[in-house]
Write a protein of this length. Sequence first.
Length: 255
Amino acid sequence: LDLAHIIQILTTTTSGKLLSSAAGCIQHMSYNHDAMKSRIRDMGGIPILVRLLQAEEEVCLSALGALRNLSYGQQNNLNKIAIKDSHGVPLLVQLLKTSENFEIQELVTGVFWNLSSSEQVKPQLLRAALEPIVRAIIMPQSGWKGSQIRHEISSSIDCTTVFRNATGCLRNLSSAGLDGRQVMRSCHGLVDSLLFTLRSVQGKNDVDNKAVENAVCILRNLSYRLDTEVSPEHKYGQVEDWRSKGLGGGQFKRK
């Protein structure tokens, strides 16, 4: 099947099996293929895939896999903007809030991580996705209970790929400038959960994992210019520009 035929199937069929297969083809074709990612965008494939986020679970999973691949890489910023402009962020947030399917959560947070490297998408993620990510992923998986003054340190934090993706997204957002830092500092539970994560891994093998690295970098960025922005008591170094590192939620071949 060529791309035009696949997009035609996505726009005309109501069969869940065909929709899932067609979206899966988009995922496979776009893997590690930037030129194909641009063609899919130019042929209107991104708004179609975003709409499929409201479909049945099997179709939604395939659409998420395709969107994750299409949004991966700094050179695909136009695709990230297209997902935003197609109202993808609210639909992704809704999936994060309502789905208990681990694979859906993994894919949603992977797309968020990819989107978060775009300066044009960061403001909407800070407004619409930050609090849901913290409430649904960061707080519960860090082990921080929120209402207790003292917490029992668990044997290890729940460093799932979902937690890694979520902290990766927030790591990118934490370099969004003054407004972004202020929004993140005031987000209930975020700083406490990240600090609790670091306490949990002290002296354990978990200290070298990616989620812990992300947590350290978020806290470092949020501590930047505290003397003028929040408190006169502390001052730290420059915020890192993580965009140059190629960080993201990745892309994967169709399983």
